[in-house]
Design a binder for this molecule. Structure first.
Ligand code: ADE
Length: 265
């Protein structure tokens, strides 16, 4: 009996050793958005696959892989595809800056993305642009307009946000919102477009990658969360505010990522 037990233990150990441990992927679109996290790893190993640099190491005691996706939905989808082909992932966190859309939100405020929407996927006819209400995912699934983030990661992010000491931006302590993030291949710098995204999609922030990553994670069943820190308000002053606040806003988003990692088992 004891020999049988020992054999079972040995079998279990060799089986778990054969399985590579899963990593938490952390993605950002820009160098600034991932630099703080790569530096926080201390020791890391860089591997390059499909032209994308992956930084492997540990953060908050968790095995992570960090990468720069590049700007826009195609770059984000490409990097996510290369990532998921080469690494076993337990979850994915997308971090970075965005344009705030809620009239209450100011540069510096953060948005935890409960749902993601591709706002520029649709048709144009004589009546103008209409967003497509359904999308067929490449994996064969049908999806609705919004892709939902992982419910557990939303909760962990909201709890983590209460523990973070954020950098003040524009002499003000950032607030944290949770809601819809709207993704499109456009840097929005227009009062009119920002208002359209807020009213049409109920979106609190706009950026250029989140929904593409969400779409792939949903197809592959990878739990994900997108968190964003507003560098601007996607209004007529967006470019100026972006240049001014992209640094501290990226730092605040990275601080939230570290707190989220702390909150994950
Ligand atoms: N990322 C940061 N600000 C943005 C904006 N205004 N539009 C799109 N992406 C952004």
């Amino acid at each position: 009996m004891a020999v049988k037990k020992l054999l079972l233990v040995l079998l279990f150990c060799s089986f778990s050793l054969a399985l590579p441990a899963q990593s938490i992927a952390i993605m950002g679109a820009l160098d600034q958005e991932i630099a703080i996290l790569v530096d926080s790893m201390g020791r890391s190993r860089k591997v390059t696959k499909g032209g994308i640099d992956f930084y492997k190491g540990k953060l908050k005691g968790k095995k992570v892989v960090i990468l720069k996706a590049g700007v826009g939905k195609v770059n984000a989808a490409y990097s996510t595809a290369i990532l998921t082909q080469n690494f076993k992932l337990s979850s994915l966190i997308f971090t970075g800056v965005a344009g705030g859309l809620d009239p209450e939100a100011l540069p510096g405020d953060l948005v935890i993305g409960e749902k993601l929407v591709q706002y520029d996927f649709g048709k144009v006819d004589s009546l103008g642009f209409a967003v497509s209400p359904f999308r067929k995912l490449a994996g064969g699934l049908h999806d609705e307009l919004y892709v939902e983030s992982d419910a557990r990661l939303i909760l962990i992010s909201q709890e983590a946000a209460r523990r973070v000491e954020f950098l003040p931006i524009a002499n003000r302590q950032p607030k944290v919102f949770s809601g819809v993030i709207a993704t499109g291949d456009i840097f929005v710098s227009s009062n009119e477009k920002a208002n359209w995204l807020y009213t049409e999609f109920d979106a609190l922030a706009t950026e250029m990658e989140g929904a593409a990553v969400a779409h792939i994670c949903r197809t592959l069943g990878i739990p994900f969360i997108v968190i964003r820190s507003c560098s601007d308000n996607a209004n007529n002053n967006a470019r100026m505010n972006f240049n001014q606040f992209v640094g501290p806003a990226s730092e605040n988003s990275a601080r939230l990522v570290l707190a989220i990692l702390d909150g994950m088992e």
